[in-house]
Write a protein that binds this ligand. Structure first.
Ligand code: GLP
Length: 245
């Protein structure tokens, strides 16, 4: 694992964008796994700029997002499909037909999850998976549990995640209680992983996830077993790991 404490939050975004740009340059037809949340917004903005300047192209790229709220249609302004269009897809030269987000509006969990796994396999698997880190150590929407869920599945969100994400909704009652998410197995099958983390409120969980015991109670800790992981954190999120970087 490569663990990098960036000089600033902007530096974290720039470095992460450079990492993704390098993947695109090495393989213009690559399959990217993408993430939502506040943390990747800056790096998507950098990539939009890079694309406008002709430094990168998404023309051949296929994407799979980690997760989607169950019950939200793509047009809902808190759906992850909407987020991706707003921050990336609508501003780069990507073929939107090759962008995938679990079908939140379809209540048939079994069908949605099976189709998602099939689509990832048909695309040849994910080359580079971008991840954020939930305050409780979740990745995608894989919440702390007794086991690591393998494949894409429907999850009941924990109260702490509902509370953390309620800042983006009008009120907490509007936050969906369930989501579709790639499983830990799906994420671990990616050929490489890039995680970005920002903020002092994540400092403790960063230390536990990357330098503590591997446990399904901290889902991100499994990444310690992945062979090609880069973690880029901002100074606040890296505060308790200064001796490790
Ligand atoms: C959500 C997403 C995760 C994301 C996490 C952290 O719950 N499902 O994929 O990594 O939030 O988001 P933020 O970057 O806003 O802290």
């Amino acid at each position: 694992m490569e663990f990098i404490i960036a000089e600033s939050t902007e530096d974290m975004s720039r470095r992460a964008a450079d990492h993704i740009a390098a993947c695109l340059q090495a393989d213009p037809d690559c399959v990217l796994g993408l993430a939502t949340g506040t943390t990747p917004i800056g790096l998507y903005a950098e990539l939009v700029e890079d694309c406008a300047e002709g430094k990168v192209s998404f023309a051949g790229v296929t994407t799979f997002n980690l997760d989607e709220y169950r019950g939200l249609a793509p047009e809902h302004d808190q759906s992850y499909r909407y987020f991706m269009k707003k921050h990336l897809f609508d501003h780069v030269d990507i073929d939107q037909a090759r962008t995938h987000v679990p079908e939140g509006a379809n209540p048939d969990a079994h069908a949605v999850c099976a189709a998602y796994e099939e689509a990832i396999a048909a695309a040849g698997g994910v080359d580079m998976q971008l991840l954020g880190l939930g305050p409780n150590g979740h990745i995608g929407f894989n919440e702390p549990e007794d086991t690591f869920p393998a494949a894409t599945h429907c999850v009941d969100l924990t109260q702490s995640t509902i509370e953390a994400n309620s800042r983006l909704f009008e009120c907490i009652d509007d936050v969906p209680r369930q989501a579709y998410t790639m499983g830990i197995g799906t994420i671990m099958a990616a050929r490489s992983v890039l995680m970005v983390v920002e903020g002092a409120h994540k400092a403790e969980i960063v230390k536990k996830a990357f330098f503590g015991p591997v446990t399904p109670q901290i889902p991100a800790s499994i990444l310690q077993f992945h062979q090609n992981v880069t973690v880029i954190v901002d100074p606040a999120a890296g505060e308790l790991c200064r001796d490790k970087a």
